[in-house]
Design a protein around this ligand. Structure first.
Ligand SMILES: Nc1ncnc2c1ncn2[C@@H]1O[C@H](COP(=O)(O)OP(=O)(O)OP(=O)(O)O)[C@@H](O)[C@H]1O
Ligand SMILES: [Mg+2]
Length: 386
């Protein structure tokens, strides 16, 4: 039988009796067992009990002696797939084996389906929770913006008053200046966080216009100048193509680029280099932010895009940068991808369409421009232009 089954493409493992079968089962994990009831050593029914106890998913076909139907019935009660009375016709056994495999496959599919459903349910629950959290966070952010503005204004006012007074003792002046600069830095940081929270809940409308991505990159380079100096990290722009004009939302892209560059600086060691590459591929614009910093462990690669996931010390990172950036890019029809090597650095690559929607044929350029303008107007007023 072994020979004939092998010929039909089955992989067969043989065992002399029950305990050997159990050892084979534990070591090689076959899916199906075909077994005599009468065996030397551990008999078939005892072996069946042991198999079903440790491996309930394995199917067992019993081969009983001609006159021992009871054994077969007992076997089915104990969980055997079926029994065949000896002598067994090969084709009959083959049919049974095929049926058993069909059952195994069905159960496997059901298990996969159930696992998939559980995963989706978990994901949906998470999405719902995040949406609720986003709304709440945006509400809080909005409320915090008002007192922040007042603190900011008052700090400016105190500064102005101080500058006008020449009779302040030097020691006082120094202490006050230090305190005011700390307030300003903190207000700026809090403002950045509320800004991110508001973007997370997509409260601000998209504004599409034509602009130069290279100019935006240069602007971001200036914005991070102070952070770079403090961390002693340099940021350079590598423009691979002269064509860097794009139709998109400059304010949102600035936020994305800033988030990526700040992350790269934070991950870099002293003396490290961050490179922003701009390139043009067919109808897509590409910008990549590359660092030679700490890298990201594999198990975190998925998590880093979740809101509030951060490995920075509390108070240093809110864990919003990447999730906000990803959301913005999805809205603008782009993608955000990451490649990272632990200890060697990471590259975050953004791909964007050069226009919100490309005309398929370069026909009448004037008409095309007019069409885009109409679309953009619609986009800006919140309508679907396509
Ligand atoms: N360039 C990078 N190199 C190494 N790790 C990174 C890099 N960029 C992001 N990460 C990891 O991803 C996490 C999430 O990043 P994200 O920008 O979303 O939040 P954050 O930087 O921690 O806080 P926030 O940006 O809100 O101040 C970071 O805490 C860090 O662990
Ligand atoms: Mg960040």
């Amino acid at each position: 039988m072994t020979k004939r089954l092998k010929k039909r493409g089955f992989e067969i493992l043989e065992a002399e009796e029950g305990s050997e079968a159990l050892a084979t089962l534990a070591e090689h994990a076959p899916q199906l067992v075909v077994m005599d009831v009468k065996m030397p050593g551990m008999d078939g029914l005892t072996t069946l009990g042991a198999i079903k106890k440790d491996h309930p998913e394995k199917e067992v076909i019993l081969l009983t002696g001609q006159a021992s139907t009871e054994d077969g019935v007992a076997g089915i009660k104990a969980g055997a797939f079926d029994y065949l009375a000896k002598p067994v016709a090969f084709e009959h056994l083959l049919g049974k084996i095929r049926q058993a495999f069909e059952k195994i496959e069905r159960i496997h599919e059901q298990a996969q389906e159930a696992a998939f459903r559980t995963k989706m349910e978990k994901r949906m629950a998470l999405a719902e929770r995040l949406a609720a959290l986003g709304t709440l966070a945006a509400g809080v952010a909005h409320e915090i913006n008002n007192p922040l503005a007042i603190i900011n204004e008052s700090t400016g006012w105190v500064k102005q008053r101080m500058e006008r007074r020449s009779d302040l003792p030097e020691e006082w002046r120094k202490t006050l200046e230090l305190a005011l600069s700390k307030i300003e830095t903190s207000v700026e940081r809090a403002g950045r966080i509320t800004h991110q929270l508001l973007s997370l809940a997509r409260r601000s409308p998209t504004e599409i216009r034509e602009f130069d991505l290279a100019e935006l990159a240069a602007e971001v380079g200036e914005l991070v100048g102070k952070t770079c100096k403090e961390a002693r990290v340099s940021v350079a722009v590598d423009q691979k193509s002269p064509k860097t004009r794009i139709w998109s939302d400059p304010n949102r892209l600035r936020q994305v680029l800033l988030n990526l560059v700040v992350n790269a600086i934070q991950a870099s060691r002293t003396g490290g280099r961050v490179i922003v590459t701009l390139d043009n591929l067919n109808n897509e614009m590409l910008f990549a932010v590359k660092d030679q910093g700490e890298g990201i462990p594999k198990e975190n690669l998925e998590k880093i895009f979740e809101p509030f996931f951060s490995t920075r010390t509390p108070g240093q990172g809110s864990g919003l940068g990447l999730s906000v950036s990803k959301g913005i890019l999805e809205e603008l029809g782009g993608r955000l991808e990451v490649e990272s090597r632990l200890g060697q650095g990471s590259t975050f690559t953004v791909t964007l369409p050069r226009r919100p929607a490309m005309a398929s044929e370069p026909e009448d350029l004037g008409r095309m421009a007019l069409d885009s303008q109409k679309k953009i107007k619609k986009l800006n007023s919140g309508e679907n232009p396509f």
